[in-house]
Design a binder for this molecule. Structure first.
Ligand SMILES: Nc1ncnc2c1ncn2[C@@H]1O[C@H](COP(=O)(O)OP(=O)(O)OP(=O)(O)O)[C@@H](O)[C@H]1O
Length: 278
């Protein structure tokens, strides 16, 4: 078997002063070029796991390898995209996209000729993300969806092997999200990056992922991994197909069970029944 892009073994993480592990005994392999999505109740450790893979958090025990090597910190090969666009407001769209390359040139002592050569890449990304007409615009002149396209283009500029995305479409309206879903699937096919994607939205997780990893809280752990049986051919109609809706219901139900919300609701129903009979 090929070396997985990410290999996680018995990984645990406890934040200082916490009484319970944020991550408990996580075991997971992610293959190169896979698109894997993470869902789960609030506080189940999705972001912590993503940030740990990104090298922004350390783990307390266990093993985390990317390309067979231990993760010791952030790396340009693992680009992150967050919910908030984090663009530089004083730079135009094209300057924001090129910025990462300039930084790489600086840190790796590259020549300015290398940076010039990257212009072709920046232009290609502008086209890929449908941003040609906005190249000279300032971030505050763009809609949320357009700003997130810039953030994704910037993340792709250094040709990362992995994109780590933490609720990247969480702040967008429903129509814009649909457009972004198809765009990110296109990016995945074209760029051949491994994508790890955290979301609260089960429909989004199924539509995008080859696998959906469901995590449970207190302690944060992997509960169930769902293989998504729809292959590569997906379009928006799929979201209304009976098999899609069945899987969505199954995952939502499991999230309710693992979060304890179901028990709370049942208790509430019992209590309201008692109140009525009193
Ligand atoms: N920097 C931190 N210091 C202490 N505890 C933290 C820190 N970051 C996260 N936690 C705790 O770790 C647990 C997992 O948090 P995390 O943000 O990873 O969950 P999540 O599944 O991404 O949640 P959400 O869906 O609400 O964003 C939570 O109990 C959270 O309070």
């Amino acid at each position: 078997m090929n070396t997985p892009k990410v290999s996680i073994r018995a990984l645990s993480k406890r934040f200082e002063g916490a009484s319970v592990n944020a991550l408990q005994q996580i075991d997971l392999d992610i293959a190169a070029n896979e698109f894997v999505t993470f869902v789960g109740a609030s506080g189940c450790g999705k972001s912590t796991l993503l940030r740990t893979i990104g090298g922004l958090e350390t783990h307390s025990s266990g093993e985390l390898l990317v390309d067979g090597r231990p993760v010791t910190g952030p790396d340009v090969d693992r680009a992150m995209v967050f919910q908030h666009y984090s663009l530089y407001p004083w730079m135009s769209v094209i300057e924001n996209i090129r910025f990462c390359r300039q930084l790489a040139a600086h840190t790796r002592q590259r020549s300015s000729a290398d940076v010039e050569a990257a212009s072709g890449r920046a232009d290609a990304l502008l086209r890929l993300m449908g941003l040609e007409a906005s190249a000279q615009a300032w971030p505050n002149q763009l809609s949320g969806g357009m700003q997130q396209r810039v953030a994704i283009a910037r993340a792709l500029m250094g040709r990362p092997g992995m994109l780590l995305m933490d609720e990247p479409f969480g702040a967008l309206d429903a129509q814009t999200r649909e457009v972004m879903h198809d765009l990110i699937r296109h990016v995945h096919r074209l760029e051949k990056a491994t994508i790890v994607f955290v979301t609260h939205d089960v429909e989004e997780a199924i539509y995008l992922g080859g696998r959906v990893v469901l995590m449970a809280p207190r302690p944060g752990r992997i509960d169930t991994i769902y293989e998504v049986p729809f292959g590569d051919r997906r379009d928006q109609d799929l979201k209304h197909a009976p098999e899609f809706l069945r899987l969505k219901r199954e995952i939502l139900e499991r999230i309710r069970e693992t979060s304890g919300m179901k028990t709370d609701l049942e208790q509430l129903q019992r209590l309201s029944g008692l109140a009525e009979s009193a």
